[in-house]
Design a protein around this ligand. Structure first.
Ligand code: ADP
Ligand code: MG
Length: 326
C-alpha cells in the first residue's frame, strides 16, 4: 500500500475514536483470524453498580441452613478502604456505593490499610487493625483463612452466588484471616449494546472469536450467551499470566499446523490484567477512556470510549487539524 493510503486510513479511524500505532498495525489487522475478547469492561460496559451485599457464615451449620446475616456496614467500609488503590470496575462501583448507614461520621472516616497489595485478575488485600482482609474472587479471598477447610467454605459461597453468576453478575467476596464470615458483593454488569453485532460481524468475516476472562465460569457463560459466543469458546478464571499463555500458545499452535495456516491473534481488553496478553498478540487492542489508561501502553490500537461507556464515534480525536496518531 502507498504511504498515503495508510495516512488516509489512520486519519479516518482516528475520526471514529480509533487510534493506531503506525501503518504496520493496519497490515497486521488485515491478517487477524483469531479474536480474543476480555469480558469485564470490554464485552460488558464495566460500569457496575452494587446490587446487593450479604454476609454468609462459613461454619458447618451454615452449609445446611445457608443462614444469611444482615448486610454488614463494616464490610462495606473495609471494601471501600481496600478498593481506594484499584482502578478495576468493581473498585469504582464499591468506592461510589452509598449505603444506608453512610451518613454517620464513622462510616465516612476511612480505615488505615497496611501491607496493601493489588493482585490483578484476583482482587485486593490489606491489613486493617491487625486483621488481613482479601476482597476479590471467592477462592482467592478464602485462601486468606489459612487452616480452614476452604473447599467446604467455597461451597457455601458458591451456593450463595451461583444463581446470580448465571444471570451474568460479577461477584466479589470479602474475607478476613480471623472472622468466620464472608461478605458477598453482587455487581450488575451489562453487555455493551454493540457487543453482539460486533461478534456476529467478526464471525461473518471468517474470524474465530473467543472470550478470555478472569471471572468465574458461570458469569462468563451468561455474558457469552448474551453476546453470541459459544460455551466451547469461553475461557474463564484466567489470571493475567494465563491470558498471556493462551495468546502465546494460540500463536505457536498456528505456526505448527501442517497445512501452513498461520494463526494471527488480536487481543481486545480494557484492564491492566489484559496488558501482557495485549503485548503478546499480533495486534493488541485496548478499550479505554483516555490514551493513558492502564491497558493502552501495551496495545497497538486504542478504542476510545466516551463517558457513557459507548465507544466513540464522533470527530473528537482530531484537534487543530493534526491527526492523533500515536
Ligand atoms: P475480566 O478478565 O473479565 O476483565 P477481571 O480479571 O478483571 O475480569 O476480574 C475477575 C474477577 O476478579 C472479578 O469478577 C472479581 O471477582 C475479581 N477482582 C479482580 N479485581 C478486583 C478488585 N479490584 N476488587 C475486587 N474483585 C476483583
Ligand atoms: Mg476487563
Amino acid at each position: 500500500m502507498s504511504p498515503l493510503v495508510y495516512v488516509a486510513a489512520i486519519g479516518a479511524m482516528a475520526r471514529r475514536g480509533i487510534l493506531i500505532r503506525g501503518g504496520r498495525t493496519l497490515d497486521a489487522l488485515a491478517n487477524v483470524n483469531l479474536v480474543c475478547l476480555d469480558k469485564t469492561g470490554t464485552l460488558t460496559l464495566g460500569e457496575m453498580s452494587i446490587v446487593e451485599i450479604k454476609t454468609v457464615e462459613l461454619s458447618e451449620e451454615s452449609i445446611a441452613s445457608l443462614a444469611f446475616k444482615r448486610s454488614d456496614e463494616e464490610s462495606v467500609r473495609v471494601a471501600k478502604a481496600l478498593e481506594r488503590g484499584s482502578v478495576h470496575p468493581i473498585a469504582k462501583a464499591t468506592v461510589n456505593y452509598i449505603g444506608n448507614g453512610d451518613n454517620s461520621s464513622a462510616s465516612r472516616s476511612s480505615l488505615d490499610v497496611k501491607n496493601y497489595k493489588v493482585e490483578h485478575g484476583k482482587g485486593v488485600e490489606g491489613e486493617i487493625n491487625g486483621e488481613v482482609f482479601r476482597f476479590g474472587t471467592a477462592s482467592w479471598a478464602l485462601e486468606c483463612r489459612r487452616g480452614n477447610n476452604s473447599s467446604e467454605e467455597e461451597k457455601v459461597v458458591a451456593r450463595a452466588t451461583e444463581e446470580h453468576r448465571s444471570a451474568g453478575e460479577a461477584i466479589a467476596v470479602l474475607c478476613s484471616s480471623s472472622s468466620p464470615d464472608a461478605t458477598v458483593f453482587r455487581y450488575s454488569d451489562a453487555p455493551r449494546a454493540e457487543a453482539k453485532d460486533a461478534v456476529d460481524t467478526l464471525r461473518k468475516r471468517g474470524q474465530t472469536v473467543r472470550m478470555l476472562t478472569g471471572d468465574a465460569t458461570a458469569s462468563a457463560l451468561a455474558i457469552a450467551e448474551q453476546v453470541g459466543i459459544e460455551p466451547a469458546a469461553v475461557f474463564s478464571q484466567l489470571t493475567p499470566d494465563k491470558k498471556l499463555a493462551h495468546v502465546e500458545s494460540a500463536r505457536e499452535d498456528g505456526k505448527k499446523e501442517e497445512n501452513g495456516k498461520v494463526v494471527s491473534v488480536a487481543m481486545i481488553g480494557d484492564g491492566i490484567n489484559d496488558a501482557p496478553a495485549l503485548a503478546a498478540a499480533d495486534v493488541g487492542i485496548a478499550v479505554c477512556s483516555t490514551p493513558s489508561d492502564a491497558a493502552s501502553s501495551a496495545a497497538d490500537v486504542l478504542l476510545l470510549q466516551t463517558g457513557q461507556g459507548q465507544l466513540q464515534s464522533k470527530d473528537t480525536v482530531m484537534s487543530g487539524g493534526s491527526m492523533s496518531v500515536i
